[in-house]
Ligand binder design. Structure first.
Ligand SMILES: Nc1nc2c(ncn2[C@@H]2O[C@H](COP(=O)(O)OP(=O)(O)OP(=O)(O)O)[C@@H](O)[C@H]2O)c(=O)[nH]1
Length: 285
């Protein structure tokens, strides 16, 4: 059996912990075993107990108290401390042949864009502990309402993909918050982002005041949207954790993760969009 790890990443408050808990519940419902690993030294309690918790090694509270560091400096200190104590992680993760680990990561996106600690931890888990890892990167579905914000989030997702060098899945969290506000046709344009979204004539009246008026910025935003499109690897799967019974989005995400973590370098990677379910559309009901 292979050892699989899912790194759950994304900005603060995007819904990473909620997604981790929903994944645990989904795996349980499918009779599959999974364990939760907390890599956030500032985490609060979870619905599911952590099997492995970085706070057993070092917590942000202790670092702030003892070293008088602020939350961001403290977080970097915690990760540098983890790097010096990777044998702790080895002992914790152990040598289980059929582990499926879900790693809840911190929300500071500098960890996914330029601070080298997270890629080093990831490489260690891959190469020393022989896990097949993938990254799930969350951005909030309500970003779709402000298109510049959405493409900015897509760039962050791309930056993480490039920096982490892992099989990568983008997820639009909190889909329930846009239900009834966007049609299925509109949502579909964001799942495989269409650079035409940045065209003014595509903007709805109630969103016009959100658009930057400086034409230079508009041109720049369009160019960036085109870059995201040209890159061709930025696609999103919808996720709604508001109702556990609606496990359809989780099923699709877990299927994509299964495909990515069994990925053989001699095989063409499977296109996650192939498993994509159409998001529910209130207008169709
Ligand atoms: N409506 C809605 N709210 C959600 C969903 N997922 C998460 N939330 C809410 O978003 C807030 C943040 O969720 P968390 O899961 O703690 O987010 P996080 O990314 O782990 O946050 P940090 O650990 O602080 O970075 C909480 O109030 C959640 O209840 C969702 O699918 N729908």
């Amino acid at each position: 059996m292979s050892k699989v790890g899912v790194m759950v990443m994304g900005p603060a408050g995007v819904g990473k912990s909620t997604f981790c808990n929903s994944m645990m519940a989904y795996m349980e419902s499918q009779g599959r075993s999974a364990n939760l690993v907390n890599l956030d030294p500032a985490a609060t309690a979870h619905e599911y107990e952590f099997t492995i918790d970085i706070r057993d090694l070092i917590s942000l509270d202790d670092v702030e108290d003892e070293l008088k560091l602020g939350p961001n400096g403290g977080l970097i200190y915690c990760f540098e401390f983890l790097l010096k104590n990777l044998d702790w992680l080895d002992d914790q993760i152990g040598d289980y042949p059929d582990d499926y680990l879900i790693f809840d990561c911190p929300g500071q996106i500098e960890l996914y864009s330029h601070i080298p600690a997270m890629p080093i931890v990831v490489k260690h888990i891959q190469q020393q502990l022989n896990f097949n890892l993938c990254c799930t990167y969350l951005i909030e579905a309500p970003f779709m309402v402000d298109r510049a914000k959405f493409f900015s989030g897509a760039l962050e997702a791309m930056s993480t993909m490039i920096f982490m060098e892992l099989p990568h899945l983008n997820i639009l969290s909190k889909m329930d918050l846009v239900k009834g506000k966007m049609s299925k046709r509109e949502v579909r344009k964001f799942l495989c982002p269409d650079p035409m979204l940045m065209n003014d004539d595509e903007v709805q009246d109630d969103q016009k005041d959100l658009i930057l008026t400086n034409p230079k910025y508009r041109r720049l935003n369009k160019a960036i949207a085109q870059l995201v499109d040209d890159f061709g690897m930025v696609q999103f799967l919808p996720l709604d954790c508001s109702d556990r019974d609606k496990s359809e989005s989780l099923r699709t995400i877990v299927t994509c993760i299964d495909n990515m973590t069994q990925w053989d370098e001699n095989q063409e990677p499977k296109d996650p969009a192939e498993d994509m379910e159409e998001p529910e559309d209130p207008e169709d009901q």
